[in-house]
Design a protein around this ligand. Structure first.
Ligand SMILES: Nc1ncnc2c1ncn2[C@@H]1O[C@H](COP(=O)(O)OP(=O)(O)O)[C@@H](O)[C@H]1O
Ligand SMILES: Nc1ccn([C@@H]2O[C@H](COP(=O)(O)O)[C@@H](O)[C@H]2O)c(=O)n1
Length: 211
């Protein structure tokens, strides 16, 4: 066990490919001392709100996230304590009633649109990454993904993108790029960047002798 786990933050706009990058890195170390947590798991609980109210929520504003709980959980993991991670369901716009037990690991990857926006989160990170992809590609990817995986229609994705996602991205996500140590263009297919990150993580795991 090391002194404390290493925390890597991976931010980027919706559809930039940050989940793909995170999974590609994570998959290279599956079974070793690494875990990934999506900020989306910490969207605020809205079970008390009716569906029509949930549909009106701005999911791209920093206040949509329960960062207090997110930070509390990261701090627990940094002390090598297990957490009960919330489970988010995009189709009903709220948390499900179950949680997932997560054991502490030496490398913790935090991924989400606004993980670099909150100074308290940034202060917990050892490495900060921003996945940078042009907006036209991001909206095309999001349309395909949200219809296939999140139960949306083309009209609803386009409407949400124009009225909420785009302005919030410009106000909160894009400016957080300046806090990144590393900027990865294009996301999931950038194998050079993924390999570089994997090499770095391998060194960290070798140092704490858990590989
Ligand atoms: N470089 C890429 N080229 C083509 N499609 C990609 C690329 N990176 C990601 N995707 C696809 O785009 C969609 C959004 O990617 P994802 O990694 O979920 O982005 P994010 O987590 O930033 O929203 C997914 O369906 C994914 O398979
Ligand atoms: N109920 C919700 C919650 C979130 N969103 C959108 O998800 C995006 C963040 O996830 P990515 O995987 O795309 O980074 C964010 O832009 C929210 O608009 C949603 O549509 N509904």
């Amino acid at each position: 066990m090391g002194n404390k786990p290493i925390v890597i933050g991976i931010a980027g706009g919706t559809g930039s490919g940050k989940t793909s990058v995170t999974k590609a890195i994570y998959d290279q170390f599956k079974g070793h001392s690494i875990l990934m947590i999506q900020q989306d798991s910490y969207y605020k609980d809205q079970t008390h709100l009716p569906m029509d109210e949930r549909l009106k929520t701005n999911y791209d504003h920093p206040l949509a996230f329960d960062n207090d709980l997110f930070i509390e959980h990261i701090n627990q993991l940094l002390q090598y304590k297990a957490i009960e991670k919330p489970v988010y369901d995009y189709t009903i716009h709220t948390r499900s009633s179950e949680t997932i037990p997560v054991e502490p690991k030496e490398v913790i990857i935090l991924e989400g649109i606004l993980v670099l926006e909150d100074e308290r989160l940034r202060d917990l990170m050892d490495i900060k990454i921003f996945v940078d992809t042009d907006a036209d590609l991001r909206i095309l990817r999001r349309i395909q993904r949200d219809i296939k995986e999140r139960g949306r229609t083309v009209d609803s994705v386009v409407d949400q993108y124009v009225n909420v996602v785009r302005p919030m991205h410009n106000q909160f996500c894009e400016p957080s790029k300046k806090f990144a140590d590393i900027i990865i263009p294009e996301g999931g297919q950038n194998f050079v960047a993924i390999d570089l990150m994997a090499t770095k993580i391998q060194t960290i795991l070798e140092r704490v002798s858990v590989l």
